[in-house]
Design a protein around this ligand. Structure first.
Ligand SMILES: Cc1cc2nc3c(=O)[nH]c(=O)nc-3n(C[C@H](O)[C@H](O)[C@H](O)COP(=O)(O)OP(=O)(O)OC[C@H]3O[C@@H](n4cnc5c(N)ncnc54)[C@H](O)[C@@H]3O)c2cc1C
Ligand code: FES
Ligand code: FES
Length: 1344
């Protein structure tokens, strides 16, 4: 196959004589061809899109070239014979020419940490290869969401995850290739820019809305793309193709080129998988340890690639990819009358959301039909549509029905081992025949269904009497199941409400989900089974009405919207910020939306992450062996089998730690006992990662359980198990106040945890030096000093011997503050023992298991208030699940207690908190540091008060909000004026009250869909209440050519810190940004630097850089005065001649914060960041799905040093927050085992979850204490995401009111589809069987 050559853009032929069938393209490109791009082990199951490449093949039949996106981690290299592969390096490079896709992604600020950027580039690039002038919808589609689109639209493209940006700027960069990129509503009066322009017209400070300048973009010329290699066309057209065989170390790959050869091979190797898309085989090999000595790969056989339509139906070749199937069905649907294409339409609906588009381009129709996964979206519909499977073997052809027995894997309905699927025949539907596909997943796209269904009914002609009925359900048991008995019983019944009621009862009886079923969500799944049936019932009634309106009345108008799935729209919106003062010197970049300093390197794949660093001589790979018990004594560790495996060099345990194995309560290697599932017991060092991992599996550990095993907060409270003492803040007289209030309410709120899901997993390269016990570590961390400390302690050497280098991290979000120290020390001990460099890159599953994340929280409140909504007293208790070691739990808890009053003044206020010690992996810092969880409790009690007082929550918020210069509950003075401004503007500009009325109107007209709106105010703080944690240092060198190297103690995590530092240095030194370079952060240049966290990276490092620059300028000043017309270079040269030092450190002592917990008062934080956010959602009460329609955020940015970076932080944090509050759900077993360990079972938002309309405004205020009067905005946006949670609450409350449920209810976080559905109580939730909790052990539990 072919790879684009580096650095030129010509293609090059790759002849791999030893192609190993077990090697996938991602591994090959990274490790064999050493292309330094893409994620390594980010997910490796095809669902994150980071490893997207473009595969191109020539079709000799149609004489066309087909370009499609594919996830390299699922593509076996052997399957690429005759294909051209384009990687991001082939698209463009800094050394040659940057492609417009790369340039625009960078300039539109579509990259932050850059880890996802090559995948994004490839997705958009592949789209442009197929559609040089795409529509905005195609761009959204290209990135993961398929908007509703016309039937004849072209092929779909990719699906990619990004954890940093919130997708908006990525979509925007793609939209620059579309003809019209102007807001469709502009000028109509509806566009918020119109109102902005009006409302800001009289202001002196102008508002800008453009974060980039299109005029700078190089034009896109599709004719300049590399041509498809002619040799590959010749190869594809060669009439004498022969069978290909690739012999690997352990396996053989055979690619037959004729059907008869394939059948012969199939007869000889009946157990060998037929590798088609490899999207089922690949993950099974990786995650289930399957091994196959032989693979058969019949790619491209014409007998498997065809569509044949007749009068009665369509037959589609089993080798058709799901993307091709989609196109074929679209064509049929556009050509055939509607009544005939019910099955095709149902399939098309599911093909829209099934997996990501890369998978749909790779996976084939035969794949799911044969592998029959229980979650299959297509099989239930094919079965309901009476599809048949056409089989062939050496002995001939036969047809079998794709029906219940086949899907339920009855042996008599199965394929014979020598048979293959040739094609699938789908009969057309007929008059009086209805077929539907129904589905609900945690996330709209690229998520396995929680329950799906295929249903069909045929009526006696002209009647509503059931002649045939079929219902198939997926994800409710080990296979797709058929409700055949219920269906049989319903034959002859009329399609009416009584039939529905009986059908629901019978189906629930027939499809029994046991209470402890794997996957959990049992009651929800039961509810979905009948809710989906109800949807089908309504749909069919509507269809009958269309057939004969006289005979069959239509469904009530109020039920209509129950039938519609949420559309996926191309997101749009605006970003508004202060324009730079026109009098500011043009050379001064401060205040301008400057592009991220590494953006082009990200987009071209040239930014180097840890695992991109080239192999080091003698290096070893490390794999971990982790505890499988939550609390147990280690009886023995048997490493003999592991040591005997090839390539294994050593097994490292606690005994090998020369210094502290337990440093400040954090344990490197478990010794004698384990205290959580996922604790590192030992590591295996081997010559390859595969060898290390294989050996890790062979380490045998014997345990003896120890009681108690504490997993949840409740259990911790019961056992009095805490990590630290209680923290308390109190003002007024709470007890007294409760006596004089009109009403008192009490409640509990649970907020579950969150996984950081940084795209680059924890990565360490530890290189031991031969001299003086020195060691060099390269890692992605937020706190190199901490790593240095832990490594030095573990190796028992002075810190001066340990050098930690940090260039960039592929996202961090708090997860790389403390954990890299622990993992760095684990790796360093291995390097020390083996004396060889250690590459220690955690796989996604290990990362999620070992490093934990945001603290789950339980809030208990008692609130006293007056009937007008005025809160007089609050007594609130917080508990967080800290896990098994201290980490930063105590500090998180302190932040919660200090910040939890949020924006509200409650005169009598008591807040207490405790960090629980449990047998879970130790939770750690996460963006917002407790605030996003704690404030859910606050908003919950505010909402509860509103409900009790019959007021809108926003009215209660307004009444209780801080209004004038005040003191917090811990007596820190502040001025809430910007809070009031953000709140007011948010209400006004979002037209909150008008839209609230409109939503109420909508709700009156729609029974099963409800809309909700909510506005949340925010008073957030940056920094740390301990003054010495706010200090920072910098080191600035001026070289004799005038170039400047700036180094500081902060880490670049994607948040644009280095970019802002360049802006600061540029202003202070009065030189262009191009003169200034930032290379890395390291403990040898800036010692003892504090962590980059708490939103204060720019604040403190900026001041240090500013200080260094000012010192240098003071030294240069006399020279400049003497030669004012001279150039920078002249002054630098003169300074050297005058023996003036051109290098200095800069220092910032830090904000003088303090907190006295004895007195419960202090100046805990340097300043406050205010904001307000309004969101509107629509909820499907029958399934629990929701759609975010619009969000408006007003954030007090004071003066923004870089509006692009700040808006990027706000948007990215908002989407991450929205994920926390809605779809991100960690699942634990009652034994403390984390189930969710990858992108397949932990769903972060994709492009389809972001608001359809998204408006962000930076509100101007003053903040003289911070550099250039700016504010730190890294975390604040996170809590803004709770407006989505509260909007969902509002919608659910509307549903409950309509159903006569007036009692106040609590919606805990996350408001997953399960929670939403089960809170929208109705006849279906009433109908399902409930289990007595004392009679079974559930599959999963909540740990908050
Ligand atoms: C990230 C991800 C997300 C996904 N999301 C969804 C989803 O939301 N909904 C859903 O329904 N599915 C989903 N899937 C599953 C996906 O649909 C299946 O993996 C896919 O359809 C399998 O097709 P394939 O061509 O890749 O099969 P392969 O992996 O190549 O083969 C699968 C099995 O089928 C056999 N086989 C294949 N073709 C034939 C044939 N013609 N004759 C005989 N045997 C054959 C092979 O021997 C093998 O045992 C997802 C998969 C991934 C990786
Ligand atoms: S690493 Fe391939 S899709 Fe994530
Ligand atoms: S920029 Fe997308 S994951 Fe960081």
């Amino acid at each position: 196959y072919y790879l684009p050559k580096i650095p030129s853009l010509f293609t090059m032929q790759v002849t791999e004589k030893k192609a190993d069938p077990e090697v996938n393209l991602l591994f090959y490109l990274r490790k064999v061809r050493i292309l330094s791009f893409y994620c390594n082990r980010s997910g490796l199951d095809g669902s994150c899109g980071a490893c997207t490449v473009m595969v191109s093949r020539y079709n000799p039949k149609t004489k066309t070239i087909h370009h499609f996106p594919a996830t390299a981690c699922l593509v076996p290299i052997c399957s690429l014979y005759g294909a051209a592969v384009t990687t991001v390096e082939g698209v463009g490079s800094i050394k040659t020419r940057i492609h417009p896709v790369q340039e625009r992604l960078a300039k539109c600020h579509g990259t932050q940490c850059g880890f996802c950027s090559p995948g994004m580039v490839m997705s958009i690039y592949t789209l442009l290869r197929n559609h040089p002038e795409p529509t905005p919808d195609q761009i959204t589609e290209a990135l993961g969401g398929e908007p509703s689109r016309p039937l004849r639209a072209g092929p779909r493209v990719d699906s990619n995850l990004c954890r940093c940006t919130g997708y908006r700027p990525i979509v925007e960069s793609g939209k620059t290739f579309c003809e019209s990129t102007v807001c469709q509503m502009k000028g109509s009066g509806k566009c918020c820019l119109d109102s902005e322009e009006k409302s800001f017209a009289n202001r002196q400070e102008k508002i800008c809305t453009k974060l980039y300048n299109e005029d700078e973009f190089q034009p896109f010329d599709p004719s300049q793309e590399p041509i498809f290699p002619p040799e590959l066309i010749r190869m594809a057209e060669d009439p004498n193709k022969r069978r290909l065989t690739f012999q690997g170390q352990r396996t053989t790959w055979i690619a037959p080129v004729t059907l008869s050869d394939l059948l012969e091979l199939r007869a000889n190797f009946p157990k060998a998988p037929l590798v088609m898309g490899n999207t089922a085989v690949g993950p099974s090999i990786k995650f289930k340890n399957e091994f196959h000595p032989v693979f058969l790969s019949p790619l491209g056989l014409p007998e498997l690639h065809f569509v044949n339509t007749t009068d009665t139906g369509v037959t589609i070749g089993a080798g058709y990819s799901l993307a091709q199937l989609n196109e074929a069905l679209r064509l049929i649907v556009s050509e055939q009358p509607k009544e005939k294409t019910q099955t095709c339409r149902a399939l098309l609906k599911h093909l829209r959301t099934l997996a990501g588009a890369q998978i749909r381009n790779m996976a084939t129709l035969g794949g799911p039909v044969v592998s029959r996964p229980n979650y299959s979206d297509l099989n239930p519909i094919l079965a309901a549509g009476n599809a048949t499977i056409n089989l062939i073997s050496k002995d001939g052809q036969r047809q079998i029905p794709l029906n219940g027995p086949f899907l339920e894997r009855s042996p008599e309905a199965n394929l014979k081992s020598e048979e293959i699927v040739l094609s699938v025949s789908i009969p057309y539907s007929t008059q009086w025949h209805y077929v539907s596909g129904l589905r609900l997943a945690q996330r709209q796209e690229n998520a396995f269904a929680i329950v799906n269904a295929g249903m069909s009914v045929k009526f006696e002609d002209g009647t509503n009497v059931i002649k045939e009925l079929q219902m198939f359900y997926g994800s409710v048991g080990p296979t797709v199941v058929s409700a055949s008995q219920s269906c049989k019983q319903l034959i002859g019944r009329r399609w009416d409400d009584q039939m529905l009621s009986d059908a629901c009862r019978w189906v629930l009886d027939e499809i029994y989900i046991p209470p402890a079923a794997e996957g959990g969500m049992v009651e929800y799944k039961r509810t979905l089974i009948i809710s989906l049936l109800f949807k089908f019932y309504l749909k069919v009634r509507q269809g009958l009405n269309k057939m004969d309106p006289q005979k069959f009345p239509d469904i009530p108008e109020k039920f209509m919207s129950a039938l519609e799935d949420f559309p996926i729209e191309t997101p749009q919106g605006l970003q508004m910020f202060q324009c730079v003062d026109p009098y500011q010197p043009p050379q001064d970049p401060v205040g301008h939306p400057v592009m991220h300093q590494s953006a082009i390197k990200h987009a071209t794949g040239q930014a180097v992450f840890i695992d991109d660093m080239p192999p080091i001589d003698q290096e070893l790979f490390l794999a971990v062996v982790t505890s499988t018990r939550a609390h147990a004594k280690i009886i023995s560790i048997d490493i003999s089998e592991a040591l005997a495996l090839p390539g294994v060099v050593d097994v490292i345990t606690a005994e090998d730690v020369p210094g502290d194995n337990n440093h400040e309560g954090e344990i490197l290697y478990a010794q004698n006992e384990v205290i959580c599932v996922g604790q590192i017991v030992c590591t295996v060092a081997a010559d390859t990662y595969v060898h290390a991992k294989e050996a890790a599996k062979k380490v045998k550990i014997a345990y003896e359980d120890i009681e108690p095993k504490i997993i949840t907060i409740e259990q911790a409270i019961e056992h009095n198990s805490f990590l630290s003492a209680e923290k308390k803040i109190e003002q007024g007289n709470v007890e007294q106040a409760f006596k004089y209030v009109d009403q008192i309410i009490e409640g509990e709120v649970h907020v579950e945890g969150q996984e950081h899901f940084y795209m680059e997993t924890q990565s360490i390269l530890a290189i031991p030096k031969t001299e003086d016990k020195e060691m060099v570590l390269h890692l992605g961390t937020q706190f190199p000093t901490h790593v240095q400390e832990y490594v030095a302690a573990a190796l028992n050497v002075p810190r001066s011997r340990i050098a930690c280098h940090m260039k960039r991290a592929g996202g961090a979000f708090g997860g790389k503050v403390t954990k890299p120290a622990l993992l760095g020390a684990v790796g360093a001990v291995a390097a020390n023992k083996t004396g060889r460099p250690i590459r220690f890159i955690l796989e996604r599953g290990d990362d999620m298991l070992i490093t934990a994340g945001r603290h789950p929280l339980l809030g208990k409140y008692k609130i006293g208030f007056m009937n007008n909504g005025m809160i007089k007293a609050a007594d609130v208790e917080y508990y967080i699940n800290g896990g098994c070691t201290p980490d930063e739990s105590e500090m998180v808890l302190e932040f919660i207690v200090l910040k939890s009053e949020n924006a509200y003044y409650i005169p009598n206020f008591r807040c207490r908190g405790r960090a629980c010690k449990t047998n879970l992996p130790s939770n750690t810092a996460f963006r917002g540091f407790g605030f996003p969880q704690a404030t859910v409790v606050v908003e919950a009690y505010i909402t509860a008060v509103a409900s009790q007082c019959n007021l809108l929550p926003e009215e209660v918020k307004e009444i209780n909000m801080y209004k004038r210069i005040s003191k917090t509950a811990y007596k820190e003075t502040f001025n809430p004026e910007p809070l009031r401004r953000c709140w007011k503007e948010c209400l006004e500009k979002s037209s909150f009250y008008a839209r609230k009325l409109a939503a109420e109107e909508f709700n009156k007209k729609n029974y099963w869909k409800k809309r909700g709106l909510a506005v949340v105010p925010m008073k957030f703080t940056i920094g740390i209440p301990i003054a010495y944690y706010n200090q920072a240092a910098a080191l600035v060198h001026i070289y004799l050519d005038g170039s400047v190297l700036v180094t500081h103690g902060g880490c670049e995590l994607g948040q644009g810190l280095h970019t802002k530092m360049i802006q600061v240095a540029s202003r202070e030194l009065n030189i262009p940004q191009s003169y200034i370079h930032l290379s890395e952060t390291s403990t040898i240049t800036v010692p003892n630097a504090v962590f980059t966290a708490g939103s204060m990276g720019t604040d403190v490092n900026g001041k240090a850089v500013q200080n260094a620059c000012q010192i240098l300028m003071a030294r240069l000043h006399p020279i400049i005065r003497r030669n004012p017309k001279g150039k920078w270079e002249d002054w630098v040269a003169k300074a050297f001649e005058d023996s003036i030092s051109l290098s200095t450190t800069g220092y910032y002592k830090g904000y003088q914060t303090n907190m006295d917990w004895e007195k419960e008062e202090g100046n805990a934080y340097p300043y406050f960041v205010y904001g307000a956010s309004c969101s509107e959602v629509e909820v499907d009460c029958l399934t629990g799905a929701h759609k975010l329609l619009r969000t408006d955020i007003f954030m007090d940015a004071a003066f923004s040093i870089n509006p692009a970076v700040d808006i990027g932080q706000i948007e990215g944090a908002f989407i991450q927050g929205m994920g926390l509050y809605t779809i991100e759900e960690l699942k634990y077993s009652p034994e403390g085992v984390l189930y969710s360990r990858g992108p397949s079972d932990y769903k972060i938002p994709t492009v389809t979850e972001i608001p359809e309309e998204f408006y962000v405004t930076l509100v101007r205020s003053r903040n003289p204490i911070a550099i250039y009067s700016s504010k730190g905005l890294g975390e604040a946006g996170m809590f803004m995401g709770s407006s989505v949670l509260l909007a969902i609450y509002d919608a659910v409350a509307a549903a409950r009111r309509e159903r006569g449920l007036t009692k106040t209810f609590t919606l805990s976080s996350p408001a997953t589809p399960e929670v939403i559905r089960m809170t929208c109580v109705d006849q279906f939730t009433d109908m399902i069987p409930r289990d007595d909790p004392s009679t079974f052990t559930p599959w999963s539990i909540h740990v908050s």
